[in-house]
Write a protein that binds this ligand. Sequence first.
Ligand SMILES: Cc1cc2nc3c(=O)[nH]c(=O)nc-3n(C[C@H](O)[C@H](O)[C@H](O)COP(=O)(O)OP(=O)(O)OC[C@H]3O[C@@H](n4cnc5c(N)ncnc54)[C@H](O)[C@@H]3O)c2cc1C
Length: 422
Amino acid sequence: MHAVETLVVGAGQAGLAVSRCLTGQGADHVVVERGRIAERWRSSRWESLRLLTPNWMSRLPAWSYPGPDPDGYMTAPELVSYLEDYAGSFTAPVHENTTVELVEAADGGLRVVTDQRTWLARNVVVATGTENRAWVPPAASGIDPEIHQLTAGRYRGPDQVPDGGVLVVGASASGVQIADELRRAGRPVVISVGRHARLPRRYLGRDILWWMDRAGVLGQSIDQVPDARSARRAPSLQLSGRGYPVGLDALAAGGVRLAGRLVAADGRRLGFADDLPATIGGAQARMERLLHTIDGYLAHRGGEAAVPADPPAPFTAPAGPVELDLRRAGISTVIWATGYQPAYPWLRVPVLDRHGQIAHSRGVTSVPGLYVLGLKFLHRRNSTFVDGVASDARFVAAHVMMRRMTARALAAVGPDVRDLSA
Ligand SMILES: Cc1cc2nc3c(=O)[nH]c(=O)nc-3n(C[C@H](O)[C@H](O)[C@H](O)COP(=O)(O)OP(=O)(O)OC[C@H]3O[C@@H](n4cnc5c(N)ncnc54)[C@H](O)[C@@H]3O)c2cc1C
């Protein structure tokens, strides 16, 4: 068994960020990655994807975008290079092609079994992201098996989708971008719309994310929101970095048919909730509240925007169909853009709640030495963004260092004092 002070599982932005912080402290650690650095951006993204966050929003501990286009949007391969360069900048101790198969309590720490070797670690940081299991609604199982089905994580581009029309289920960032790409490729597209976050790409002459960053919206912490559970389930932003608007108004204007939430499937007959106008109205109201927050920030700061306020025109949609016959509609493929869930089949320590999710406070779990990073709203709204993981990584690394100092201090004193501290 190889001993290491800290083992980080996953070499995405979260694993690399905490590795950078630990390196800065001279802390002994390894990062174990089942694929390669930034694997998700290599193998779980469609080909035309550009990040929806501008390049300047890629700030990581001791690293930021150095290029000539801070307001542009990287492709997935560009982000892979960015993260590889980051890892190279501090010679991150990454073990690629190494899958963690088991983490369990062992004498004096945590035993980590991988398909390469076994480690005994004092600390384990779980940084395996939120995409371990695609979530599809139960109705999926009722769809005729002859209809081609795939999840957004497996979608690569229109050429890979069988001829014919496509039903995209889900209207958050992935769903609207995939629907837009397919309709531009000439496919008939229906999109089933659930709760979503409508946003203009630009507001008052700047990228909306610039305003959300400045106004403190992205940095808001979980204890500042009234309902933590609902905040953690908030949909991703209906934005794209490809230069096209991808809101439902733009999709509808381009010929995409809108339907409410998919609730039932019987072979080729699908049933939708009669909730489209209400869902769109809710998204409109949330967007107006956000723009109001930005206006308030600007007024409070006493500054002037480059251009006058230019909120997008309200979008109202007629009620969508409550039934759809896939054959008659010419639909041969269903794409599930309905989100993901973290999954930890290899984690055998008592930290999972009844939903199978890691219970934690700011990434610190109740099992000494076990940490998690990169979860939705882990501590701040931007905890899952490249740009947001830094403060969480610093906090977790500081906790690891505190544990080390406490252990050393206790080792230095006699057993009597150690007993008192127990
Ligand atoms: C389609 C899409 C677009 C997005 N666009 C943006 C964007 O524009 N801007 C932005 O800031 N964020 C974006 N995000 C959100 C976020 O930045 C990404 O999800 C990012 O990949 C999360 O980084 P992470 O390090 O937390 O996890 P991941 O990147 O998922 O990294 C986890 C790593 O753990 C590894 N792993 C998993 N299980 C094991 C195991 N058992 N053993 C060893 N290794 C394991 C995986 O291979 C993976 O490399 C997007 C997300 C999606 C899905």
